[in-house]
Design a protein around this ligand. Structure first.
Ligand code: FES
Ligand SMILES: [Fe+2]
Length: 346
């Protein structure tokens, strides 16, 4: 199971802003080529980016309409596949006298869900087992900063970096975050959630400077959800900021890491370029350490050591993943975690 992406769940496929009307792009997701596009009317769609005829990438073709429905036309012999379900709706070289029905052919269509500037893709066959992620924001919240890093490294190791508290003082040394601030003893309370775990809203650590920007008496709630989603809600009495990090496996050793910050108050818009460059630095550091680990992980078998409370969240992730992968044999997914307090020095 290790490093394989779980099915039955939703992954971040793209930012809405990447999908232009009437255009299509190619992205390898879960090792498979996917054509991600947007129809002329604005609906996002995803088809397997392999023409069943002779394997030309459909993403090199064009978005068109056949019989009133949006479709994607192959660049080689112009077979067209309906955007909504991948059914072949036109094979222009067929003679009418042949009496063949192109709709017996198709390419796979993926389920998508678009909200708050994020496009989620469902990994799995048949009807979705889960709803698309609800990130708790109404539709007015749009991404204010977006950072994308693609890094070499095993998917599980990337996700573990997302829940690992102990790397922060060494990997993320920026002055605005906490440089020079001494390590403190911390005790954090965690509780299980439907498909993950969270640190319920609490006062942020006093040696982390960034929270001072929002003013008031902010609280932070940090949540992890399968397959690879971290949500950090920062709130004071008036304002709310959400930092979202989502990871998507591209290939067995390649992960796309996306970080997005949302807020809805104009005052912070002035700080947007600064927030963007902070987020860029932060994510680049996570991507860089993952590819350094991969210098070893890609050439040798390594059995990781989990040592102390700071490594508990990593074990929780693996435990959740195992339980989710076994859900069908076990008669449904039950979160195997229990509430816990963890102590560490960061
Ligand atoms: S390869 Fe796509 S139509 Fe021939
Ligand atoms: Fe990090």
């Amino acid at each position: 199971m290790t490093n394989e992406a779980l099915d039955g769940l939703w992954y971040l496929a793209a930012m809405s802003s990447e999908l232009k009307r009437g255009a299509v792009l190619r992205r390898i997701l879960f090792g498979d080529p996917v054509a991600l596009g947007r129809t002329g009317e604005g609906g996002a769609f995803a088809l397997r980016d392999v023409c069943p005829h002779r394997a030309a990438p459909l993403s090199a073709g064009r978005v068109c309409r056949v019989g009133g429905a949006p479709a994607l036309e192959c660049p080689y012999h112009a077979w067209a596949f309906r955007a909504s379900d991948g059914v072949c709706v036109s094979a222009p070289a067929l003679s009418a006298s042949e009496g063949r029905d192109p709709s017996t052919i198709g390419t796979r269509a993926y389920l998508l869900h678009e909200a708050n500037g994020l496009v989620w893709i469902y990994r799995g066959d048949g009807a979705p087992e889960t709803s698309p992620p609800d990130i708790g924001l109404d539709a007015s919240y749009k991404p204010k900063t977006v950072t994308v890093v693609e890094s070499e490294g095993p998917f599980d190791e990337a996700v573990i970096g997302l829940v690992d508290p102990a790397h922060t003082p060494t990997v993320h040394k920026q002055w605005w975050w906490r440089e020079g601030a001494a390590r403190q003893e911390k005790e954090k309370f965690f509780e299980p959630t439907p498909i993950g775990f969270k640190m319920p809203a609490h006062k942020p650590s006093s040696n982390t400077r960034i929270y001072k920007f929002i003013g008031g008496a902010p609280t932070t709630e940090i949540e992890f959800r399968l397959p690879a989603l971290r949500l950090e809600h920062i709130r004071n009495d008036k304002r709310r900021i959400l930092g979202l990090t989502a990871m998507t496996p591209l290939a067995p050793d390649r992960t796309r890491i996306v970080h997005v910050i949302f807020w809805d108050f104009a005052f912070l818009d002035l700080l947007r370029p600064i927030a963007q460059s902070m987020a860029d630095d932060f994510l680049a550091q996570d991507g860089a350490i993952l590819s350094k680990q991969n210098m070893n992980l890609s050439r040798l078998e390594h059995r990781p050591l989990y040592f102390g409370d700071a490594d508990e969240p990593a074990k929780w992730y693996l435990k959740l993943k195992r339980a989710y992968a076994a859900r069908k044999q076990e008669g449904g997914f039950k979160n195997p975690l229990a509430p816990a307090s963890l102590r560490w020095r960061t």
